[in-house]
Design a protein around this ligand. Structure first.
Ligand SMILES: *[C@@H]1O[C@H](CO)[C@@H](O)[C@H](O)[C@H]1NC(C)=O
Length: 280
């Protein structure tokens, strides 16, 4: 019965990306493996199942994570005929304590998939699902890619001749994001950029030159993990020009007024002078 408790997920936790390649799994004994991609903080389901649908309830399977520096594997989840890491079995790696569960009601269908909750970048890597007691023993390989993308950061750079240069910066994203500038109508604007990679994270900057008042968006897309995020900025470019124009108009008007006054005064003076002349 304890298995059913494990099936409860915390409210709000979402399995966003479920690997679609389950059907391929049974052919992966020595194959390249299945890739599962999720966004940081989402849950990940790592698939491992037999197409023969044999009942696994009384079997032993062991999920481990490869690729540690010392060549050792981390214990992720062990199930041994009903005993497992969530009901007292010892030996689970600290990184996975309280975060990994199996699907008890799926075992009888040959499904030994697990769910890792609230993934972080540290969970990325190669996992294996082993059935050491089977003859011959069976191993399934699954690669987990946990993506991350901080919010893009917009800056308005100093004026160019007749426009403004907008900068959008993404600091530390994985997998590599596509960064684009758009206007409020959704048109993709011509832009230039640079990209660098450090420790598996991508740092991307893109610039675009704008000359019109608009709400501009920097859109960051990571197709592999179905993730998109954007930031917006309002550029009141034309208003600035208009202010300039109206300032000029004002000055122009004032000058006109002054000239008018001067003309009027001169005319009046002439008139007065004429009158005076006549009077004499
Ligand atoms: C195994 O169980 C998980 C969790 O219920 C499910 O998402 C997955 O589709 C199942 N795999 C197969 C091959 O039925």
């Amino acid at each position: 019965m304890s298995g059913f408790k494990l099936l409860r997920t915390p409210p709000g936790s979402l399995v966003v990306f479920v690997c679609l390649l389950m059907s391929v799994v049974e052919n992966l004994h020595k194959g390249p493996g299945v890739k599962v991609l999720v966004k940081e903080h989402d849950d990940a389901i790592l698939p491992c199942s037999f197409s023969t649908r044999e009942n696994l309830e009384e079997m032993l399977f062991d999920w481990r994570k490869n690729g540690q520096k010392n060549g050792q594997k981390k214990e992720v989840f062990l199930y041994d005929a009903g005993d497992h890491y969530n009901n007292g079995h010892q030996g689970q790696d600290e990184q996975f304590k309280g975060r990994v569960s199996h699907f008890q009601d799926q075992l009888m269908n040959g499904n030994a998939s697990i769910k890792i909750q609230n993934t972080t970048m540290a969970d990325s890597g190669n996992y294996s699902c082993d059935f050491p007691h089977l003859q011959p023993s069976q191993t399934f390989n699954i690669e987990l890619v946990v993506g991350t993308c901080p919010e893009p950061y917009i800056k308005t750079l100093n004026d160019m001749k007749d426009g403004l240069l907008l900068q959008c910066e993404v600091r530390g994203a994985s997998p590599k994001p596509k960064v684009q500038w758009q206007d409020s109508a959704g048109n993709i604007l011509p832009s230039e950029g640079k990209c660098s990679e450090r420790g598996g994270l991508y740092y991307v900057t893109r610039w675009t030159a704008v000359t019109k008042t608009d709400q501009y968006r920097c859109v960051v897309t990571q197709e592999e993990i179905g993730h998109q995020i954007d930031a917006e900025t309002f550029v009141p470019f034309c208003e600035k020009r208009c202010e300039d124009c109206s300032a000029k108009k004002l000055i122009g008007g004032f000058c006109g007024f002054i000239i008018g006054v001067v003309v009027l005064v001169v005319a009046k003076a002439l008139l007065v002078a004429t009158k005076c002349f006549r009077a004499n």
